[in-house]
Ligand binder design. Structure first.
Ligand SMILES: NC(=O)C1=CN([C@@H]2O[C@H](COP(=O)(O)OP(=O)(O)OC[C@H]3O[C@@H](n4cnc5c(N)ncnc54)[C@H](O)[C@@H]3O)[C@@H](O)[C@H]2O)C=CC1
Ligand SMILES: O=C(CO)COP(=O)(O)O
Length: 326
C-alpha cells in the first residue's frame, strides 16, 4: 500500500522529535521492510512528502516513482534487478536515486548501485550506508550514516533530506567504498555471531574483527575503493555495530550455527533478510577469479555450505601458515 506516511504508531519515540522546516521534496521509498520503513520515517519526519511502496502495494510502481525528486531503494538484493526493470520507463532524468541495499548480485557480482547506474546512466546515484540497525532507529536512539556520490552537491541534497537530531548524516566522495563496506561486513557479522556463539572470548573477537577489516580492505581496494573509506562509519563503524549486536540478522545466523542449528532451520525463524549468506557466495566466486586472499570469508562460506562445523572453521583459521601482519 502506498500512502502519506504516518509512523506515529510504529515509531512512538521518534514521533516526539519536532519536525525540521526544510524545502519539501517528493520522495518514493521502494521496499517496505525494516530498513525502507525506517528511512521513510526519517525523511517524513524532516517534513518531506514520502510515499512508501512494496511489491504487495495495489498501486503500480511506475505511478509512485514518476516525477519524484528522490527514489530510495531499500529492497533486498534479490529484488533489485526486478525493481530496476519495472522502473525502466518511469524515472525522470532529474530524480536522484538513493540505494540502501547491502548486497552483491549473484549473477554478475555487481553492487546494487552498479545495477542502478547501468539502467539509469543519466541519473545521479547515491549510496546510503552506515551502522544503522533499524530496530534501534525505530526506538528513537541516535545514529549516524554516510551518503556517497562523487558530486558533493548531490550528496549534500540527500544529506539534508535525512539529517536530524536523531540521524547524523555525513557525505563521502567514494561511493564504491561506502557500498562495499556495508556489504562485506555482513560476512564478518556471520563470523562474529559464530565466534560469540562458541564463546571464544574477547581476544578472539578482537582478532576476528581486525583481520576481518583487513580482508574487507583487501577486497575493496582491489575492486577500486579507497582504503580510508573502510575506516569510516560505513566500514569499521558498520562492522562494529553489526558484529556486536543480536539485532543483526547476519550475526544471528552465525550465532545459531554455533548452537548446532542448520541454515534452513535458522532461516525459517529469521525475521527479515540476512544478505551475508548470498554475499559470501558471490565474494568467494569473485575473489577466486581475481585471486584475492579471503581466509575468513572462505571459512564462512564452507560453514554455510555445511562443509565444516563451526569448530573446524576456527581451527582452519588458527592453523593457517604464519604470516606478517601487513
Ligand atoms: N534492517 C536493517 O537494519 C538494515 C538493512 N539494510 C539493508 O537494506 C536491505 C533491506 O533490508 P530490510 O529492510 O531489513 O529487509 P526486509 O527483509 O525487512 O525487507 C526486504 C524488502 O525487500 C522487498 N523485496 C524483496 N524482494 C523483492 C522483489 N523481488 N521485488 C520487490 N521487493 C522485493 C521485500 O518485499 C521487503 O519489502 C538489505 O539489503 C539490508 O542489508 C541496510 C541497513 C540497515
Ligand atoms: O546493516 C545493518 C546495520 O547497519 C543490518 O544488519 P543485518 O542485515 O545483519 O540485520
Amino acid at each position: 500500500m502506498s500512502e502519506q506516511v504516518n509512523f506515529n504508531l510504529e515509531f512512538p519515540a521518534i514521533a516526539q522529535i519536532p519536525t525540521l522546516q526544510k524545502k519539501q521534496l517528493s520522495i518514493a521509498v521502494i521496499g517496505a521492510g525494516a530498513w525502507g520503513s525506517a528511512l521513510a520515517f526519517l525523511a517524513a519526519k524532516n517534513g518531506h512528502n514520502v510515499r512508501l511502496w512494496s511489491r504487495s502495494s495495489p498501486e503500480k510502481l511506475e505511478d509512485i516513482i514518476a516525477n519524484t525528486d528522490l527514489l530510495i531503494s531499500a529492497v533486498s538484493m534479490s529484488g533489485v534487478r526486478s525493481i530496476v526493470t519495472q522502473a525502466q520507463q518511469a524515472i525522470s532524468p532529474n530524480t536522484i536515486i538513493v540505494t540502501a541495499t547491502k548486497g552483491l548480485d549473484k549473477e554478475t557480482t555487481c553492487t546494487p548501485s552498479q545495477i542502478w547506474s547501468a539502467a539509469f546512466p543519466k541519473n545521479p546515484i547515491v549510496i546510503l550506508s552506515g551502522p544503522n540497525l533499524s530496530e534501534e532507529i525505530q526506538q528513537g536512539l541516535p545514529a549516524a550514516t554516510v551518503v556517497a556520490n562523487k558530486d558533493h552537491n548531490v550528496a549534500k541534497t540527500v544529506q539534508s533530506v535525512f539529517n536530524s537530531q536523531q540521524f547524523r548524516v555525513y557525505t563521502n566522495p567514494d561511493p564504491l567504498g561506502v557500498e562495499l563496506g556495508g556489504t562485506l561486513k555482513n560476512i564478518m557479522a556471520i563470523a562474529a555471531g559464530t565466534c560469540d556463539g562458541l564463546q571464544l572470548g574477547t581476544n578472539a573477537k578482537a582478532a576476528l574483527l581486525t583481520r576481518g577489516l583487513s580482508e574487507i580492505i583487501r577486497v575493496g581496494t582491489n575492486w577500486g575503493a579507497k582504503t580510508e573509506t573502510f575506516y569510516g562509519l560505513s566500514g569499521l563503524g558498520d562492522l562494529l555495530a553489526t558484529c556486536n549486536s543480536h539485532l543483526s540478522r547476519n550475526y544471528q545466523v552465525g550465532y545459531n550455527l554455533a548452537q548446532g542449528k542448520t541454515l534452513s532451520e535458522i532461516l525459517t525463524q529469521l525475521k527479515g533478510t540476512a544478505e551475508g549468506i548470498n554475499t559470501t557466495k558471490v565474494l568467494i566466486q569473485r575473489s577466486h577469479q581475481l585471486q584475492i586472499s579471503v581466509p575468513i570469508s572462505y571459512q564462512v562460506y564452507r560453514l554455510l555450505q555445511s562443509e565444516i562445523t563451526p569448530q573446524e572453521a576456527v581451527e582452519a583459521l588458527m592453523l593457517r601458515d604464519t604470516a606478517p601482519e601487513y
